[in-house]
Design a binder for this molecule. Structure first.
Ligand code: ACO
Length: 162
């Protein structure tokens, strides 16, 4: 029996180290840099959500940040499902929980950028959009989300499916 939960990482800090390892298995970086990112997670963004299997294993992660401080647009980054558990619908579960989390916080629109997972996000109702300017939380240099910027109209992806 599989029991899945999506939790903000700052509310279950026992998972921080494993979450760090999962993200770094996909996009290697120093553990210190990753930990710094995860320890910035808070209730008012940025927020890292972890997908937990059977209250013991970190099997997914995504990070939600505000595009502009206090605005109603969110960017979702660093979405990853453990390689052993891909293709089981868990990425959808994580993303739908992330959308619900954003909605509960009053957010209206979600953006993300991907280079090779357009098919996954399109299945979830996201659409290609014009590039946007995103000022990262720490790095104030403008980062245009170029040709593969993808948005989800009002966080209800089903409304965007033709
Ligand atoms: N192309 C087309 N459709 C896809 C793809 C794909 N590459 N991947 C999944 N789907 C579809 C599935 O068939 C499923 O469709 P259905 O619900 O209609 O049956 C739906 O998308 C949901 O699939 P899941 O099984 O929930 O996806 P999974 O759990 O495998 O997670 C993920 C997808 C997160 C992309 C995973 O493959 C992964 O971690 N990849 C490596 C890291 C990565 O590339 N992350 C995205 C970076 S972009 C960013 O972070 C914004």
């Amino acid at each position: 029996m599989e029991f899945l939960q999506v939790l903000p990482v700052h509310r279950c800090k026992q998972y921080v180290s494993d979450c760090c390892d999962l993200i770094n298995s996909e996009w290697p970086r120093t553990k210190a840099a990753r930990l710094q990112m995860l320890f910035m997670s808070c209730d008012i963004f940025p927020t890292s959500l972890v997908l937990i299997l059977n209250e013991e294993q970190v099997v997914g992660h995504c990070k939600l940040g505000e595009i502009r401080f206090g605005g109603d647009e969110i960017i979702i980054e660093t979405v990853v499902i453990h390689p052993d558990h891909r293709g089981k619908g868990w990425g959808r579960i994580l993303m739908e929980d992330a959308e619900e989390y954003a909605r509960r916080k009053g957010k209206k629109k979600i953006y993300l950028s991907t280079r090779n997972q357009e098919g996954f996000y399109k299945r979830l109702g996201y659409e290609i959009c014009k590039p946007i300017l995103y000022f990262g939380f720490c790095d104030r240099t403008p980062e245009p989300l170029e040709d593969n910027g993808i948005s989800n109209g009002d966080t209800k992806h089903s409304e965007n499916i033709p």
